[in-house]
Write a protein that binds this ligand. Sequence first.
Ligand SMILES: NC(=O)c1ccc[n+]([C@@H]2O[C@H](COP(=O)([O-])OP(=O)(O)OC[C@H]3O[C@@H](n4cnc5c(N)ncnc54)[C@H](OP(=O)(O)O)[C@@H]3O)[C@@H](O)[C@H]2O)c1
Length: 256
Amino acid sequence: MHVTFSKERNVLVNKKIAILGGGSGIGLGIARECLLEGAEVLICARNRAKLETIVEETGSDKLHCLDWDISDVKGISSKLEAALAIMKDIDVFFNCAGVSDYAGSHAYTEEMYDYIVDINTKGLFFLCLAEGEYLQKRNKGGKIINITSACGDIPGFDPYTISKWGANCMTKGLARRLISDRIIVNGIAPGEVPTNITAHLQSHINDNNQFTPLHGSGRFTMVKEVAKLAVYLASDDSNNIVGEIIKIDGLSIPPD
Ligand SMILES: NC(=O)c1ccc[n+]([C@@H]2O[C@H](COP(=O)([O-])OP(=O)(O)OC[C@H]3O[C@@H](n4cnc5c(N)ncnc54)[C@H](OP(=O)(O)O)[C@@H]3O)[C@@H](O)[C@H]2O)c1
């Protein structure tokens, strides 16, 4: 994989941004757009070698990485300290780390349920808690932006959908808890985006035909579209948007 970052703009100059789940897909797309807008960025995920390759290939002194498994709840405070040792300060957290059960199987097991919920819901909860406490302590506001999912308000009987209802719920709840400290919390709820998570749906993907029957618009949401919205939410332009879950899904068509 070769990742290039070019021409810097300026909407996020002087912002320090941590992206949990920044090693691929939506998180990496957000990292790319944040760098282009002048931010200093830390990407975190479990696969350290992959993160290091991205940083090396990018060649930007504003991009850093840290291996961090968000399902390790006991490790969150020491990983946050490690992140701050690299960044010195963090203004915006993007919580993108997530996994799905979309391998085409409906044979749900307790192991699969725990794996998904431990990351997408429990891990996210304790991460949000630690990020909120950090931003409260530094006492100059800040932002937490969770990547949830368009399925997070559509009834479903599978661990992923359940995990994303939890993610939407805690995003709105956290926003209420933190706004009096000038900490702004929002969510982005993408529909189907061509990344690792939706590999099984991508047989129609090419430059001109992004067909998916799952969206009213008839096409996938692209990583860049999510990343542009993410930049807006991270920027000061959106400072009075609080506690929203913004869908970017071409109007999801709920399954029967
Ligand atoms: N693609 C879609 O259609 C879609 C739609 C709605 C919502 N979303 C959500 O968007 C987020 C990003 O997913 P994606 O589509 O970009 O898929 P992706 O390419 O698989 O990215 C997921 C990222 O999360 C990291 N990650 C997974 N588990 C982690 C953990 N325990 N601790 C830290 N990092 C972890 C992965 O890296 P490592 O494996 O190295 O840890 C990777 O960097 C997820 O929350 C997903 O649920 C995706």
